[in-house]
Ligand binder design. Structure first.
Ligand code: AMP
Length: 280
């Protein structure tokens, strides 16, 4: 059965109030739609942990630093609803932009430190947009738990920080990255890749895996990084925006994985920006 689609905050609030009055726990899975198995793994985690599950679909204009990117972002609401019909989802919340940002909206939530590196450094305003909408979605849904993918590792750290710092009642839960069979991390943006580009795309995760093996074997980061960038560009990618080894907790740069660390990358392939990260 296709879950009920709710488009207004008022309707959402009324439904959640009933659930809360009955003592039920609420889980939320925030998404921008164009759902794939990565999103659905978060839905499964929510189903297991919570009595009620809300999936939100909102292509958040505030987190796009490029108007063309916002316009081209895939929108597949009917297919998304179909996919969710195979899950125990109680509501799909699909607010329009005016419902989230009504006339006069003037608040911006900004997290320092964590957002100043990686995607934050390359996409000005992106994480303010994420933080602002996530805060609103948490308070609107009154969720007990919210499920986010490690695919967007920096976002997961930022949202975790935000929920703690603002004493939000929602606990942020991180879930592992789901990949295609050839290793490419699933992403709504993969839909934007041409067939030719799609064939090249797994070189990113292959290169990162080899880099991680090299680090574990004691090779230096500088040497591994130079080789990795060459390999990615030779495979036909246009640009390596960043390819860093960073500490999991505060995203500070590391030379060697002396504490829990992640390799994180953003690259451009045929006009599409892809990100990935793996544990080292
Ligand atoms: P998005 O619709 O791209 O904003 O993503 C919504 C949520 O799904 C975020 O928490 C993402 O981290 C998560 N997500 C996206 N792709 C994947 C994936 N391949 N594996 C796990 N989670 C994912």
């Amino acid at each position: 059965m296709i879950p009920p689609i709710v488009r207004t905050k008022a309707e959402l609030r009324a439904q959640v109030a009933n659930w809360k009055a009955a003592g039920e726990t609420v889980g939320v899975v925030p998404t921008m739609g164009a759902l794939h198995q990565g999103h659905l793994s978060l839905v499964r985690a929510a189903e297991e942990a919570c009595d009620r599950v809300i999936v939100t679909i909102f292509v958040n204009p505030k987190q796009f630093n490029n108007p063309e990117d916002l316009e081209n972002y895939p929108r597949t609401e009917n297919e998304d609803a179909q996919k969710l019909s195979h899950h125990r989802v109680d509501m799909v919340y699909v607010p329009g932009p005016d419902e989230i940002y009504p006339a006069g909206f003037a608040t911006n939530i900004s997290i320092s430190g964590l957002t100043e590196v990686l995607c934050g450094a390359h996409r000005p305003g992106h994480f303010d947009g994420v933080a602002t909408v996530v805060t609103k979605l948490f308070t609107q849904t009154r969720a007990d738990q919210a499920f986010f993918g490690e695919k967007d590792f920096q976002q997961l750290q930022v949202v975790t920080r935000l929920a703690v710092d603002l004493d939000l009642m929602t606990k942020v839960v991180g879930c592992p990255t789901i990949r295609e069979e050839d290793g490419l991390a699933m992403s709504s943006r993969n839909l934007l890749l041409s067939d030719r580009a799609r064939i090249k795309a797994p070189v990113l995760s292959e290169t990162m895996e080899d880099m991680a093996d090299g680090l574990r074997a004691g090779q230096t980061l500088a040497e591994l990084k130079a080789d990795a960038e060459k390999r990615i560009l030779a495979a036909g990618f246009n640009k390596v925006e960043y390819l860093d080894l960073r500490a999991c907790d505060d995203l500070s740069l590391l030379e060697t994985p002396t504490r829990p660390a992640r390799l994180l990358a953003a690259v451009w392939l045929a006009g599409v920006r892809l990100i990935d990260n793996i544990a080292v």
